[in-house]
Structure formats: C-alpha cells, structure tokens
Ligand binder design. Sequence first.
Ligand code: DC
Length: 205
Amino acid sequence: MNKLIITIDGPSGSGKTTLGKAISDRLGITFFSSGSIYRVIAKYFLDTNDLGFDNFEIISFEPLKIKIDENIYHEHDLYTKELNTKSSELAQQIEIRAIVDNVLKFVQSSADKGLVVEGRDMGSVVFPDATLKIYLDADEDIRSARRIEQSKNLETVDDISERDKRDLSRKNSPLVVPEGAIVINNNDKTIEQLIDIVTKNLKLQ
Ligand code: DC
C-alpha cells in the first residue's frame, strides 16, 4: 500500500499550517512545512552571502533543527519579515527548488505513518501522486489580516501582496491549483469544518 500523503497548497494566510497541524494531530501523521526549507536556505544565504553549501541535515523535526555545513538553525529563527521576502525571492531559482525537492523526498521517506505537507507546489510538482490534494484559499483582505496578526504587525499589506505576486507569477513552479485538488474557501471555516472536509474526502480515495 502506498504511504499516506496529504498535500495542502495555497497562498500565504490561507490557513495551511493551522489545518496541516490539526490533520497531523487527528491522524497521527507527520506535519511538515515546505516553506521552512526555503526559509532556512535564505537564512544561510543572509548569514554567509553564499549558497554553495555541501551538507544539509535535518537534526530534529519537532521542533525543527537544521544544520547547513557548520551552521545550526532553529525553527524560531526562520519566521522574520526579512526571511519572508528573501525566501520568496530565492524560491524563484530552479537550483534552490531542486534542493528543497530532495529534502522533501527525504522528509517523506522518514515519515513512517504518513505525511501532511504544506506549501505552494506540493500537489502540483513535488508530490503529484499524493493520496489527497487540498488547495486552500481565502479573500485577500482576510489573508492579509491573518498574516499581519501572525507577524505581530511587522508585515504590511504591501509586503504580503508583493510576496503573493512573486509566488504566483514566477516561472518555476508557480502557485497553481494542482490537478485533482479539492479547492476549499477558508474565509470563515472552523478547524472542525475543515477537518471534516478532509476526512470525508480521504474516505473517498
Ligand atoms: O509558506 P512560507 O511563508 O513559510 O514560505 C516562504 C516562501 O517560500 C514563500 O513565500 C514562497 C516559498 N515557497 C515556495 O516557493 N514553495 C513552497 N512549496 C513553499 C514555500
């Protein structure tokens, strides 16, 4: 039997991480945020002004701890305004996307009980044969309000719309609705309503 894999794609502020963590808790499978890998590479770049590393190692998943050559990074270092922008910029490069794809394949092989993974191209490019693909969306004003709250007012509406524009219009793996994905509008759904949609659709697979 193929391993369970659920992908959640969508723009920033659509609620992917909240839903992904809730599914992971409910089903007892691993949750992983692919953006964290773009972010850690961006952090390495800002620290060293270089992208030519030899070793990339996930030391622990929960909380996420990563070693790139001799540099160690923790999950809580990765969610800054500067890294929001830099990760989105570097994510345009095909060579960086290839590195992240490899890391995600490793994550999948380590997730013995199954994986729920969120990002921008999880169902369209990285895991096209996923068991269930979700595309989560919400109106721009609602997404902006969520992001601004999550960033403790450090991000502005302009920062968010610029990042969305870049993630949507880039040449390599732009954000799209993956083939076969279930599209959910998350303007005002509760987490229980979202989980209900996911579990019902899982049964149909
Ligand atoms: O989801 P996030 O905000 O942590 O992601 C940070 C950036 O990484 C996002 O603006 C674009 C890039 N990204 C991507 O290109 N593809 C993914 N699957 C996940 C993130």
